[in-house]
Design a protein around this ligand. Structure first.
Ligand code: 5GP
Ligand code: MN
Length: 539
């Protein structure tokens, strides 16, 4: 269908409107009204580049971004408005029907009315004064939660990455008190509001895009997971305790490129998605589900960005404390129970001793299973029980839970490419930081972290072929529906990185050929004689 695109600015912000050439004049007016976030009684004025007012109609001349129109919103004359009725409606605290812009307009009209009364009567009547106070306080309330548009109808789920935290440029390894308080306040403001059904459903899918959400919003999403799995009711978890627990978890993830709070969220969200996709909610005990979700949430607590090999080689405090046995995983788990030891953040505080014991044992087992040096051990255990797999067998359930957290932990490549690829950049950034430190400190260099040897595709092709797929395929043997949700996107990622690897290889060869052509025109005809031919391949 033929459409028209009109470029314009509103409050200095560039916008563009697209509408079919056969739509109604009213549709065009409404389109501009919504672009300007104008209320139904506001007057819109559109100016052309010459400064003349032009009609907002179907016959608008199409323009280009460098020759755009200017849109202005003018509050309607307060005398022509049923002000009392509108204000009463606005102050009826009907949040869903109110937009911030119309409230601002109310405030402006009220100012106008107050001015008229002052001129005539000499003082502000109590009723107007009271109304003014209420409008101001409501406006303040709306402004403090304006980032909440997503809780209603207005979250555009196709919007790009979230802007970085205001603390982004002054980040320290451990989160500062100010940084935590800022997020906590936002989280608490949002936590009591209802989330849309659309987001609740989307949260259950592996295609969920974490990059659209800031940390306070992520905490609300985590709260929704505990609610929608019925944990709040089944385990009598007080909302304030869950909030405090989530806040402590947020606080104890560090500001590092990969093993941060967003990674914790992704792993938890994948676990949540797997529970729904495989219908484990109706097949497993709620205690096991609680173990799985909470283990995912806590599995990398207080990670500092350097893996176990570094901890052991550098003889860090962690390696000494845990005698080189999974120092990181032991630490993540210990921090989890440090948080749970505090009554105000102990989401298990209303459980029986027996239940608590079972949960503690389960969480320890799950978190310790995320040490990748135990990958083959856990995978082989799973393979050996698969032919006779039985959910009523506790040993089988335990292995399944370990496999599920492992799958969730390394599941970035099962997500859409635009979600997964930034995660690889984060991972390599953390890997390169470690190998730089190893070089600086004269320690053995972890080969898959060496910036001189590893590239994005070389890192992924081997990992997907030899680690990810063998594990995911076994899980899909048990739950065939995962073929489509996990295996297919991983295979696509493998193709993508295989192509990238080939392209890089071709580029390298071309560069080698043109280099040798510059150095010695004769030898360029014989590429196999060039120095690059005998260079070892990166791993
Ligand atoms: P984690 O440290 O997150 O608990 O355990 C997962 C480990 O698996 C990571 O530290 C990392 O070494 C590895 N890993 C996870 N995802 C990827 C990936 O997409 N590519 C590569 N090369 N390694 C990954
Ligand atoms: Mn992890």
């Amino acid at each position: 269908m033929a459409t028209k695109i009109i470029y314009f600015t509103v409050n200095g912000r560039p916008e563009q409107a697209e509408f079919p050439v056969d739509c109604s004049a009213q549709d065009v007016k409404d389109l501009f009204r919504s672009a300007a976030e104008a209320g139904p009684h506001d007057i819109l004025k559109l100016y052309n580049p010459k400064g003349n007012i032009i009609n907002i109609s179907l016959s608008l001349e199409p323009n280009s971004p460098d020759c755009c129109y200017k849109l202005e919103v003018v509050a309607a004359d307060c005398n022509s408005e049923p002000l009392g009725a509108e204000l009463a409606g606005a102050l009826g605290y009907d949040l869903s029907s109110l937009e911030k812009s119309s409230l601002l307009v109310c405030g402006l009209r009220l100012q106008g009315l107050e001015k008229n009364i002052l001129m005539e009567a000499g003082e502000t009547p109590a009723a107007v004064y009271e109304m003014k106070k209420q409008v101001e306080s409501f406006q303040e309330k709306l402004e403090s939660v304006e980032h909440l548009s997503w809780l209603g109808l207005f979250k555009d789920l196709s919007e790009g990455s979230h802007k970085p935290s205001p603390f982004y440029h002054k980040r320290t390894l451990h989160k500062t008190r100010a940084e935590c308080e800022h997020v906590r306040e936002k989280f608490l403001q949002m936590s009591s509001l209802e989330m849309s059904e659309e987001v609740r459903q989307y949260l259950k899918t592996p295609t969920f895009d974490n990059w659209q959400w800031e940390d306070a919003e992520i905490m609300v999403l985590l709260q929704v997971m505990y609610t929608d799995l019925d944990f709040i009711v089944s385990f009598n978890i007080e909302p304030e305790v869950l909030q405090q627990f989530l806040f402590e978890v947020y606080r104890r993830y560090n500001n590092i490129p990969f093993h941060n709070f967003k990674h914790c969220f992704c792993v938890t969200q994948m676990m949540y998605g797997l529970i729904w996709l495989t219908d484990l909610k109706s097949k497993m005990d709620a205690v096991d589900l609680l173990v799985m979700l909470t283990s995912a949430l806590c599995h990398d607590l207080d990670h500092t960005g350097y893996n176990n090999a570094y901890q052991i080689n550098a003889r860090t405090d962690l390696a000494l404390r845990y005698n080189d046995i999974s120092p990181l995983e032991n630490h993540h788990c210990a921090v989890a129970f440090e948080i749970l030891e505090k009554t105000e953040s102990n989401i298990f505080r209303n459980l029986s001793m027996d239940q608590y014991k079972r949960i503690r044992e389960g969480i320890i087992k799950c978190i310790l299973a995320t040490d990748m040096t135990r990958h083959n051990e856990v995978l082989n255990q799973f393979k050996s029980i698969l032919p006779t797999f039985d959910l009523t067998n506790k040993d089988h359930r335990d292995v399944l839970m370990m496999v599920l957290i492992k799958v969730s932990d390394i599941s970035n490549e099962a997500r859409p490419m635009e979600v997964a690829e930034p995660w690889l950049d984060c991972l390599l950034q953390e890997f390169y930081n470690q190998s730089d430190k190893e070089k600086l400190e004269g320690l053995p260099i972890t080969p898959f972290m060496d910036r001189d040897k590893v590239t994005k595709p070389s890192s992924q092709t081997g990992f997907i072929r030899f680690v990810l797929l063998p594990l995911f395929i076994e899980l899909a043997n048990l739950f065939p529906c995962l073929e489509q949700h996990l295996i297919d996107p991983v295979r696509k990622a493998l193709d993508y990185y295989t192509e990238m690897e080939k392209a890089l290889e071709r580029e390298k060869q071309n560069r080698a050929q043109s280099d040798s052509a510059v150095k010695s025109p004769q030898s360029a005809a014989l590429p196999e004689a060039g120095p690059e031919a005998s260079e070892p391949e990166p791993q």
